[in-house]
Structure formats: structure tokens, C-alpha cells
Design a protein. Structure first.
Lengths: 118, 115
């Protein structure tokens, strides 16, 4: 069964509104989760690292005030796209590592959330 | 900076045939890890195979095998006896460890398996 879930799977919103996307680790606790963005026919680009109990770490070029990340518990991270615009339309995927080592620990990906901003 | 390049945007193969997907990477690290991920139409990323750079032996997982050429910085994926369910986007990925966020993906190759 699924190890990482995301909700919603697809959301359509009007320009200017905010949208919250949840990522849940179902089988294990995760102090760190990762958010990716994937444009059509493009690769996954890391947006930010979500840290439980502390501020998220954003990649260069990602607006932290626009993409708010909250890691409220060891099994839940949320990504809020604030004041969404059509250019924010994309596929958002979260990743969770079963351990602290990316090199050896299994990485699990959520099924993704498709955001469409009208 | 580390980069991963997949030079084949799209490929197709007949069912039961063999296909090879190419991947090259650039890094100054000596110890690192390489992965192939599959993203079917459902968009769920699935790990296909992994390779540790310090291992000379090429990794294999059932019908999937890699040809790892460290000196050439090449990491190709061979799919034998292709099945319709292999139709998907395939991403080559690289990490040298360290920060957990350090997982770099190529742009992907769209593989279509034709009946």
C-alpha cells in the first residue's frame, strides 16, 4: 500500500486564492520531507526541504513567502501556495526518506498533486 | 555543480524487445549513488534500480540492468523483455549523499512499449 499520501490529488483554483497541499508519511515518522515541482514533460525540481519543528529550507529562486511550508508533526507537511497565479500551475510532489541517509535509505514519493490556477 | 543529462526525450520499443535508455552525469565527487526512477501515467515515482559508484559490478533487478561506466560518467538502463506496463517516464537521478535534499534528476525519457 501507499507509504506517502498527498491530498488533494487535483485542485483547481482561481487566480489570487491560496491552496494547501498535504503530504503524509503513513508508515514511519519523518523529521524531513521534500517538496518538488514538475512542469509538463519536465524533470522534478526541488523547491524546499520541510523540517519538523523548524523553518523550511528553500532552494535558490523559490519564493518562501509564496510557497509556505509547515511541518507540524512527524508525519505531516503542508505546502501552501499563496496568491496563486496561472504560472503556479504545476504538479507538486513530496518525497520522504525512511532514514537520514539519502544514499542508502529508501526514498518514497507521494502520488503528486496537480494544481491548476485559472 | 552536479548535473544529470538524459539525451533521449522519447523512445519506443516493441513488446518483448530490449531497449536501452541513456544517462550521463557530471560530478567531481568520487563516491556517489545513481538511480533510475519510473513515473508511469499515474505519476507515482517508483525506484527501478540503484548503483553505488564504488561497486564495479553493474546492478540488476529482474528485467532491469544498468551499464555503469564510471570513467565515462555514463549510467544507462537496459530493459529486457519489455512489457506494456513498462510504458512510463524514466528519470535518471544522482546523489553524492550528504544533505537529504541532494537528489538531482535528469529531464527524463518517455518510453512507449508498443504491442
Amino acid at each position: 500500500g501507499a507509504v506517502v499520501s498527498q491530498h488533494p490529488s487535483w485542485v483547481i483554483c482561481k487566480s489570487g486564492t491560496s491552496v494547501k497541499i498535504e503530504c503524509r508519511s503513513l508508515d514511519f515518522q519523518a523529521t524531513t520531507m521534500f517538496w518538488y515541482r514538475q512542469f509538463p514533460k519536465q524533470s522534478l525540481m526541488l523547491m524546499a526541504t520541510s523540517n519538523e519543528g523548524s523553518k523550511a529550507t528553500y532552494e535558490q529562486g523559490v519564493e518562501k513567502d509564496k510557497f509556505l511550508i509547515n511541518h507540524a508533526s512527524l508525519t505531516l507537511s503542508t505546502l501552501t501556495v499563496t496568491s496563486a497565479h496561472p504560472e503556479d500551475s504545476s504538479f507538486y510532489i513530496c518525497r520522504v526518506g525512511q532514514g537520514a541517509l539519502i544514499s542508502t535509505d529508501t526514498q518514497y514519493f507521494g502520488p503528486g498533486t496537480r494544481l491548476t490556477v485559472l | 555543480a552536479q548535473t544529470v543529462t538524459q539525451s533521449q526525450p522519447e523512445m519506443s520499443v516493441q513488446e518483448a524487445e530490449t531497449v536501452t535508455l541513456s544517462c550521463t552525469y557530471d560530478t567531481s565527487e568520487n563516491n556517489y549513488y545513481l538511480f533510475w526512477y519510473k513515473q508511469p501515467p499515474s505519476r507515482q515515482m517508483i525506484l527501478v534500480i540503484r548503483q553505488e559508484a564504488y561497486k564495479q559490478q553493474n546492478a540488476t533487478e529482474n528485467r532491469f540492468s544498468v551499464n555503469f561506466q564510471k570513467a565515462a560518467k555514463s549510467f544507462s538502463l537496459k530493459i529486457s523483455d519489455s512489457q506494456l506496463g513498462d510504458t512510463a517516464m524514466y528519470f535518471c537521478a544522482f546523489t553524492y549523499g550528504g544533505s537529504q535534499g541532494n537528489l538531482i534528476f535528469g529531464k527524463g525519457t518517455k518510453l512507449s512499449v508498443k504491442p
